[in-house]
Design a protein around this ligand. Structure first.
Ligand code: AMP
Length: 398
């Protein structure tokens, strides 16, 4: 089957066309600045050149029309006609408590996604716009939604409740949901596969360390805890997001700096994390790593604080699962940052972890980076959310 995978943001849209039998990417690309001056589409067929075209895109329907045009284009297209596209898989950020699994889209599903708009006001409405645009341009083609939150719905009550008046959960569904679920699910399953072990027999910790970062505990094939919460702001220190803080800081600093709650949340989302900690050196971990290696004090502060938070979460998830068999690193930083993996794993001697430095310096492959006598295994598994979405879509529409 040929599956079009769509990841739609408020002004951008990423796409991949994947052959679900061979699991090969046939073409991929990105629409940027949708409905803003200077809209641009980037398109790359497998084995071909990347093409960038600046062209007006008044809305998401126009963006998807351009994507379909690129895929069917006589010169660089990869399908002869749209009828070759068997299904579309959409990434949706928030499924609330309504969805513990991916689903085929129908009117009831659309309504249930809309009901979660309040929980992800920046993401869910954009995801819905993308779905509606595809429905308009590809009538009759089956579509599936894969939720970022679904994998975490197996968390027990004690992991998802906050220490708040219970009525806030009852009235407003205030609870931990967790995000990056597609990645946590893909990486943990892949780790078991690579090790040749049964997924249901393992205790796995997945560290998804990208610009957004989260960590999850997966026991016997089920997610039992994760670091992101009601929103993706909680948990680890990220590129620009603060992660966990004392909630009283918001009022304290707002008062000192004359800021509103909205302005404070903007600081916590966009000006904090390693960017804030490094006194605005960078939110990009490559710059932080380079600064750290050069002995720069601000970069070292950001690096150490980031790694310490990862280390603390690993410890808490070892406690939550009463042990751990495998720790996986994934996403931009987790896959490419041998220094970060070293700094974290150096302090995990209590788990009997010994890194194999040669393996730790490799990139781009599923690999065990501990020595054979290491009691707990550490792995690097490059994440592939698009492939996971394509697999789910093919499974559900077959
Ligand atoms: P993601 O959100 O998964 O796309 O990850 C983005 C983050 O990965 C950015 O902060 C990048 O700096 C980081 N990253 C990408 N390549 C490297 C690298 N070679 N070393 C360290 N960090 C990297």
């Amino acid at each position: 089957m040929k599956i079009l995978v769509i990841n739609c943001g408020s002004s951008s849209l990423k796409f991949q066309l994947i052959d679900s039998e061979t699991e090969k990417v046939l073409a991929k690309g990105l629409c940027e600045r949708i409905a803003i001056d200077g809209s641009m589409i980037t398109y790359q067929p497998a084995g071909g050149e990347k093409e960038k075209t600046v062209t007006p895109m008044a809305d998401h329907t126009e963006a998807i029309r351009l994507v379909l045009e690129a895929l069917t284009n006589e010169k660089t297209g990869v399908v002869k006609s749209l009828s070759e596209i068997d299904a579309v898989g959409h990434r949706v950020v928030h499924g609330g408590e309504n969805f513990a699994e991916s689903v085929v889209i129908d009117d009831a599903v659309m309504k249930a996604i809309e009901e979660c708009n309040d929980l992800a006001p920046l993401h869910n409405p954009a995801n819905l716009i993308g779905i509606n645009a595809c429905k308009t341009l590809m009538p009759g083609v089956p579509m599936v939604v894969v939720f970022d939150t679904a994998f975490h719905q197996t968390m027990p009550e004690e992991a998802y409740l906050y220490g708040l008046p219970y009525e806030y959960y009852e009235k407003y569904k205030v609870r931990r949901y967790g995000f990056h679920g597609t990645s946590h699910s893909y990486v943990s399953k892949r780790a078991a596969e690579v090790l040749g072990e049964k997924y249901e027999d393992l205790k796995i910790i997945v560290c998804h360390l990208g610009n957004g970062a989260s960590i999850s505990a997966i026991k016997n094939g089920k997610c039992v805890d994760t670091s992101m919460g009601l929103t993706p702001l909680e948990g680890l220190i990220m590129g620009t997001r603060s992660g966990d803080i004392d909630p009283a800081i918001i009022e304290y600093v707002a008062h000192k700096e004359g800021k509103t709650i909205d302005e404070m949340l903007n600081v916590l989302n966009k000006k904090s994390g390693v960017l804030g900690l490094s006194s605005n050196l960078s939110s990009d971990f490559r710059d932080i790593e380079n600064g750290y290696l050069a002995g720069d004090a601000a970069a070292t502060r950001a690096m150490n604080t980031f790694c310490y938070r990862v280390l603390k979460y690993i410890g808490s998830y070892v406690a939550a699962m009463d042990g751990v068999d495998v720790i996986c690193f994934t996403a931009g930083v987790g896959e490419n940052g041998p220094i970060i993996r070293n700094l974290v794993c150096d302090k995990l001697t209590y788990l009997g972890i010994k890194l194999d430095q040669e393996a730790n310096n490799k990139r781009g492959e599923d690999i065990v980076i501990t020595t054979p006598d290491s009691k707990t295994k550490v792995m690097v598994i490059p994440t592939n959310e698009e492939l996971a979405i394509a697999r789910e879509t093919a499974r559900l529409v077959k």
